[in-house]
Design a protein around this ligand. Structure first.
Ligand code: SF4
Ligand code: SF4
Length: 312
């Protein structure tokens, strides 16, 4: 199946990857490092983007990667991935990480066999498993499955060599200002993980299907600034705010100078404003009751302190 994907690339199509897991599990680093390695090699072009902003540890998060031979002009989210990563099995119990795929390539952080995980999640196709938490514990000092899954990804999608991934791990590690010791530990973890990947072709049951759910807002994802989110009452991120505290916007003297810092920094995209002839825009408030999760970004950036956190 990996060969089929390589053929698609050769024919000018893209390979689409989607990853689901918990915030804090290193999901972004898997996709970023793979994208970095592919870009460094220069044979393909990549788009890599997470589908969330400031997420609390433990919240379900999602990320995408799209690889093409030349410039890729589509930039929509990945609905029908060729390859799906499950960074946390707990996430797999809470949502259908295979939605949009009836058959495909699956990479799962699990100590179980590919057949066992395929049975649990009703997967058909090529299933890889790796005991990522255990490997993370052993080489990185905590159950962090990102590097083991990166090894599984490089095995399933051999667009780049192990050496190129190791180079990307160094680059990304330095960009993130990781200590050299941690970069070396990541590299060791990657090489050791390559030895523990399990792979099985699973015919499965043809009745196992993963339809795309109808769009009902962004549900459990702590996404930021998407326009649909602002109208999606099923994702009321105000639930994330600390109990007993709330944000207020107070500008009785029209002091807002239209700098727009709050507008571009609010991860929920809920700052309300109107057109202003002199200064471009004037902020009038925010949809606080339904969507403000009290992240304090607006409080930090407003140069004239028009936002405030208060008790309620
Ligand atoms: S605290 Fe400010 S920046 Fe954060 S969600 Fe609320 S309005 Fe947006
Ligand atoms: S950051 Fe403050 S001054 Fe700037 S647009 Fe927002 S409310 Fe107005």
């Amino acid at each position: 199946m990996s060969k089929e994907l390589l053929k698609k690339l050769g024919a000018g199509e893209t390979i689409d990857v989607r990853a689901d897991g918990k915030a804090g599990s290193g999901l972004v680093m898997i996709l970023q490092t793979f994208a970095e390695a592919v870009s460094l090699k220069g044979d393909y072009q990549v788009q890599e983007w997470p589908f969330f902003s400031s997420a609390r540890k433990g919240a379900n998060v999602r990320g995408y990667l799209r690889i093409g031979k030349g410039p890729t002009f589509i930039s929509c989210k990945v609905d029908k991935p060729h390859l799906a990563l499950l960074v946390s099995e707990k996430t797999g119990e809470e949502l259908d990480f295979a939605s949009g795929m009836n058959e495909g390539i699956y990479l799962i952080n699990s100590p179980r066999s590919p057949a066992e995980t395929a049975d649990s999640f009703h997967l058909r196709g090529l299933v890889y498993t790796i005991p990522g938490d255990q490997l993370g514990e052993k080489y990185l000092g905590r159950p962090l499955p990102n590097i083991p899954l990166l090894a599984a990804m490089q095995t399933a999608l051999p667009l780049v060599s192990s050496t190129e991934i190791l180079k990307a791990l160094e680059d990304i590690g330095r960009k993130r200002r990781l200590p050299e010791k941690m970069i070396e530990a990541n590299k060791t973890c990657f090489l050791e993980s390559l030895k523990l990947i399990r792979r099985e072709e699973i015919p499965g049951d043809p009745s196992w299907k993963h339809p795309l759910p109808p769009f009902e807002g962004y549900l459990d994802y702590p996404t930021g600034a998407q326009s649909r989110l602002r109208t999606s009452l099923s994702n009321q991120t105000a639930n994330y705010a600390r109990p007993g505290r709330r944000l207020v916007f107070h500008d009785p003297e029209n002091r807002c100078n239209g700098c727009s810092l709050c507008i571009v920094n609010c991860p929920e995209g809920i700052i309300q404003f109107e057109k202003d002839e002199k200064q471009g825009v004037r902020v009038t408030g925010a949809n606080i009751d339904q969507f403000c999760k009290l992240c304090r970004e607006c409080i930090e950036v407003c140069p004239i302190d028009l936002f405030e956190e208060v008790g309620c």
